[in-house]
Design a protein around this ligand. Structure first.
Ligand code: ZN
Length: 134
């Protein structure tokens, strides 16, 4: 049975193969689906100067936004197990900036599956409308 978000989950699984993580060995893939049906992928990208690393989720969101994509309606995050599909605090804040109602489809290659929303992952978030560019 095909679901509405199957294509974005498949894209995130494929994107995981492009993770650049020579330091941690952790591979995460992400993909966003926009209101106009476009899909943008991302993978975690590490750096020898660790603080410069970027998560898969933000890589995918920034690609979508920088290319003028429509509203982000869903993001899929794929890691090897449940723990690796939990977005970090920075990614949660970036998600609510672009759509607090964004679906967050968390999938583990071990079979873990859970659907959340950005706002449920970051309750009482900072996002005053008068400061938001949206
Ligand atoms: Zn993150």
């Amino acid at each position: 049975m095909k679901g509405k978000f199957d294509s974005v989950v498949v894209a995130a699984r494929k994107a995981r193969a492009h993770a650049y993580s020579p330091y941690s060995g952790v591979k995460i893939g992400a993909a966003v689906l926009t209101s106009d049906g476009a899909v943008f992928t991302g993978a975690n990208i590490e750096n020898s100067s660790y603080g410069l690393s970027c998560c898969a989720e933000r890589t995918a969101i920034f690609k979508a936004v920088s290319e003028g994509a429509g509203k982000i309606v869903a993001i899929a995050v794929v890691g090897k197990s449940e723990e690796f599909t939990r977005p970090c605090g920075a990614c949660r804040q970036v998600m609510v900036e672009f759509n607090p109602k964004m679906k967050v489809l968390r999938r583990g290659t071990d079979g873990f599956s859970e659907d959340d929303t950005a706002e449920s992952l970051l309750p009482d978030h900072f996002n005053p409308p008068e400061l938001s560019g949206r």
